[in-house]
Design a protein around this ligand. Sequence first.
Ligand code: NAD
Length: 309
Amino acid sequence: MTYSIKHAAVIGSGVMGSGIAAHLANAGISVTMFDRVPDSLTDKEKKQGFTLEDRQVRNRLVSESKKKLLKQKPSPITSKKSLDLIRIANLEDDLALLSEADWIVEVIVENLEAKKELFKKVDTHRREGSLVTSNTSGISVDAMIADSSEDLQEHFLGTHFFNPPRYLKLLEVIPIEKTKAEVLSFMKTFGEDVLGKGVVEAKDTPNFIANRIGTYGLLVTVQEMEKQGLSVGEVDSVTGPLIGRPKSATFRTLDVVGIDTFYHVANNVYHHVSDPKEKAIFTVPDFLKQMIEKGWIGAKSGKGFYEKK
Ligand code: NAD
């Protein structure tokens, strides 16, 4: 079978979903960007007389993400023309649209149960032979679709983009045992030739390759900061441009990634290692948990280590 991708469905319109949708649209691929239906109305919507059944409310998460694509800096999207290639849809009313997609990319919250639940719906609504991938940062891709149809398993793999997808070159591809060889080889070529990525094949181990190393580095830095009583600014300055690294070295990176997402990603390794020394390193410090409880989860909430002005 030969594969081609003209239309993609991106499920999840958060930090990464919107960035991936933009990157695909920049490459000329039309995209349907999905998100869940909000479970409450905003004060403004209440005043305007909307109900939860109104389509504008049901598509709020995706429509907000689409609008943000033009405002973000550095910009995820190259032109208004690319933006017009992205249409929005919600995960309750529009699931039938999944059958139009040549490639379905899952980009929802880093939680195995939520991903399994979603792939059941994907299995029901996708077209046989369509490609399906997950952008998980490090949850076992095999575990997500263990109960799915044979056809889905054969066309499934992890495609781990890095943040921001338009600018970071690395794409990890993670096949499972049942992934067809031609699906893996198509995705690698497509990633390199159409999406402009440097593709690295990784095994389905916790956090794959780059995040296993990256999470380790970030947590060790945070632990060292606490031990030495350093400030966020001090750490960012000595781990950033002064030593030839980008401004977004440590805490700025955490703000861009999302502190909630980082928490899930670090926890994933914590639960998979047994050596006490490794467990200690992958233990998320309490102050990060407290920031999440307060809703200070980084750039996406307007406040993390830095405030968004
Ligand atoms: P995010 O919090 O910005 O967005 C998550 C999206 O998932 C939201 O739009 C939310 O509405 C939706 N969602 C949440 N629960 C859901 C559910 N039960 N069903 C359907 N949709 C649901 O998160 P993100 O940073 O975009 O991360 C998404 C995925 O990409 C995660 O698997 C994450 O590990 C991975 N990832 C993140 C980064 C990063 O830097 N943030 C980098 C690479 C990979």
